[in-house]
Design a protein around this ligand. Structure first.
Ligand code: HEC
Length: 104
């Protein structure tokens, strides 16, 4: 009986870990497909893009201060020179914004 309970607890923990992992991975995949070209692989744009479009690296204090909502809004509605990013579901926007916030 005790063992059965323990394996259920382990299973629940595994499911929880797998859940958060896939969340981060989806956000990362969307970032690579939809944001990387301008924002760079790890959140720092290439010098040419940074100069041409004025994209700040995610390490910039201004970018660090943006809330999750502000990141989602930039993706959905665009911001300044950034056009809205099309072809994403609300779920994907949430995931990619969360991933964006992990970039330092
Ligand atoms: C075509 C190039 C391009 C793509 C693709 C792009 N961005 Fe941007 N992004 C920009 C530019 C340019 C700015 C700076 C806008 C400005 O301040 O004029 C910007 C700014 C931002 C900002 C700051 C918004 C603010 O409030 O100042 C966030 C957050 C952001 N981008 C997130 C994303 C995410 C997430 C994606 C992918 C889903 C993405 N961007 C895709 C060009 C791009």
């Amino acid at each position: 009986m005790r063992n059965a309970l323990r394996s259920k607890v382990v299973l629940a923990a595994l499911v929880a870990v797998a859940g958060t992992m896939s969340f981060a991975q989806n956000g990362e995949a969307t970032y690579k497909a939809k944001c990387q070209s301008c924002h760079g692989a790890a959140g720092t744009p290439s010098p040419a893009i940074a100069k041409m479009l004025g994209v700040k690296p995610t390490s910039d204090p201004y970018m660090q201060k943006l809330t999750l909502d502000q990141v989602e809004s930039a993706v959905k509605n665009g911001k300044g020179k950034m056009h809205p990013v099309t072809g994403l579901t609300d779920e994907q926007i949430k995931e990619v914004a969360a991933y964006f916030k992990t970039l330092k």
